[in-house]
Design a protein around this ligand. Structure first.
Ligand SMILES: *Cc1c(COP(=O)(O)O)cnc(C)c1O
Length: 363
C-alpha cells in the first residue's frame, strides 16, 4: 500500500514508483561505501561507470535490444532529440517523412525543417483524433527516415501498429509509452524517450540507434547530440545527467522485479480499460474524442459533455479526494488521466469509481 496521500495522474513529469523513490532517498547522501552522493561523484569513477553500464545492460534486457543497436543516455529532453534526429539522419537524402498525429510530432516536424526538407505524410489538421490507415499515407521512398510519435501525450493517440516503411529507417518518439508494452526494436532505426514520463527525472533521454545509421551527422551537429560521438564514448563524452541515469537504473530494476515489460503491458491494459469503460458506460456523460483504434493506454483525455463548468467541478472534487494533476493540456482542455507504469491498477480503479459517482451526482 502507498504511504502517500495523493494519487498522481500527471502527464509529465509523472509518477515514479514509490519503492524506487524510497530506495533513492536512502542511497542519496552516501552511495554504497563511496562515502559520497551519486551527485558528488566523478562520472569517470568506477562507481559511476558501473551505474552507467548496469543501466544500459538492464534496458537492453528489458527491451531485448541486440548489439547491432547503440544505447545512449543523452540530455536536452525529448525536444532536444527533435533536432538531434534530423541532424544525425537527414544527410542521407536531405529529406524526411513526418507522420504528424498530434502536437509532439508536429513540433518535431517543425524542428526538422530547419535541417532539411520535411514531407508531411498526412494531410495537415489540428484536430488529432485518429491514426489514419497506412494505405492513405503519402510516404516518399527517398526519405532519409520516417518519423512518428508512438504515443501523443497531449492528444491521447497511440499507434496500434508499427508503421511499415518499406526499408526506410523508422524513427519513433516513445517518450510517454516506452516500457509500457513490448515492441520489436529491429523494426526501428531510432527510438528515443525523454525520461520524465515512465523512466526517471526530466532532462535525461534514452536513445536507441541502429549502428549502421551512425557516422553521417550534418557538420553543424553539436558534439553532445552527435549519436556517433556519444556511442563511441559510451554516453560519457561530457558530464552526463548522473542523477537521472542513477534513478533510471533503479526504475529499470523495479520493472524487472515486477515481471518486466510484459507485466507492465498487462497492467497498462487493465488500467486503461477501467477508465475507457467508465467513459463508455457513461452513455455520453463523458466523451473521449479519440477514435477507438487509436486510443492511448497511457494518456486518456476526456470531456464532460455538459461543459467546462462541470469539468472544473470534477477537477476540484477529484482534488478533494487527493487525485491530482488531472487537468487536460491547455491545447485541448478538459480532463486527462495519465496512467504511467508507477500508477497502480487500484489507483486507476479509484478514479473509475469516482467518475461513476460524480456522474450519478451530476446528471
Ligand atoms: C514530454 C514529451 C516530449 C518533450 O519532452 P521534453 O523533455 O519536455 O523536451 C516529447 N515527446 C513526447 C511524446 C512527450 O510526451
Amino acid at each position: 500500500m502507498s504511504s502517500k496521500k495523493v494519487i498522481n495522474f500527471g502527464a509529465g513529469p509523472g509518477k515514479l514508483p514509490e519503492e524506487v523513490m524510497l530506495e533513492v532517498q536512502r542511497e542519496f547522501v552516501e552511495y554504497g561505501d563511496s562515502g559520497i552522493s551519486v551527485v558528488e561523484m566523478s562520472h569517470r569513477s568506477q562507481e559511476y561507470e558501473a551505474i552507467n553500464n548496469s543501466a544500459q545492460r538492464l534496458i537492453r534486457e528489458l527491451l531485448d535490444i541486440p548489439d547491432t543497436y547503440s544505447v545512449m543516455f543523452m540530455q536536452g529532453g525529448g525536444t532536444g532529440l527533435f533536432c538531434a534526429v534530423a541532424m544525425n539522419l537527414m544527410s542521407r537524402s536531405g529529406k524526411a517523412d513526418y507522420i504528424v498525429t498530434g502536437s509532439w510530432s508536429a513540433k518535431a516536424a517543425k524542428e526538422a525543417a530547419k535541417y532539411g526538407s520535411v514531407n508531411l505524410v498526412l494531410p495537415k489538421t489540428d484536430s488529432y483524433v485518429d491514426v489514419p490507415p497506412q494505405s492513405s499515407w503519402n510516404l516518399d521512398p527517398e526519405a532519409s527516415y520516417v518519423y512518428y510519435c508512438d504515443n501523443e501525450t497531449v492528444h491521447g493517440l497511440e499507434f496500434p501498429d508499427i508503421p511499415d516503411t518499406k526499408g526506410v529507417p523508422l524513427v519513433a518518439d516513445m517518450s510517454s509509452n516506452i516500457l509500457t508494452r513490448p515492441f520489436d526494436i529491429t523494426k526501428f532505426g531510432v527510438v528515443f524517450a525523454g525520461a520524465q514520463k515512465n523512466i526517471g527525472p526530466s532532462g535525461t533521454v534514452l536513445v536507441i540507434v541502429r549502428r549502421d545509421l551512425l557516422g553521417s551527422p550534418l557538420p553543424v551537429t553539436p558534439l553532445v547530440w552527435d549519436f556517433s560521438v556519444m556511442t563511441k564514448d559510451n554516453s560519457l563524452h561530457n558530464t552526463p545527467p548522473t542523477f537521472g541515469v542513477f534513478v533510471m537504473l533503479r526504475v529499470f530494476e523495479w520493472i524487472k522485479r515486477q515481471g518486466g515489460v510484459q507485466e507492465m503491458a498487462a497492467r497498462s491494459a487493465k488500467k486503461s480499460s477501467l477508465i475507457y469503460n467508465a467513459i463508455q458506460q457513461s452513455a455520453g456523460f463523458y466523451l473521449c474524442p479519440v477514435k477507438p483504434r487509436a486510443r492511448s493506454r497511457v494518456n486518456i483525455p476526456f470531456r464532460i459533455a455538459a461543459g467546462a463548468e462541470l469539468e472544473a467541478k470534477f477537477l476540484s472534487e477529484a482534488k478533494k479526494r487527493n487525485m491530482i494533476q488531472l487537468k487536460g493540456h491547455r491545447l485541448v482542455g478538459g480532463i486527462r488521466a495519465s496512467l504511467y507504469n508507477a500508477v497502480t491498477v487500484e489507483e486507476a480503479q479509484t478514479l473509475a469509481d469516482f467518475m461513476k459517482e460524480f456522474q450519478k451526482a451530476n446528471s
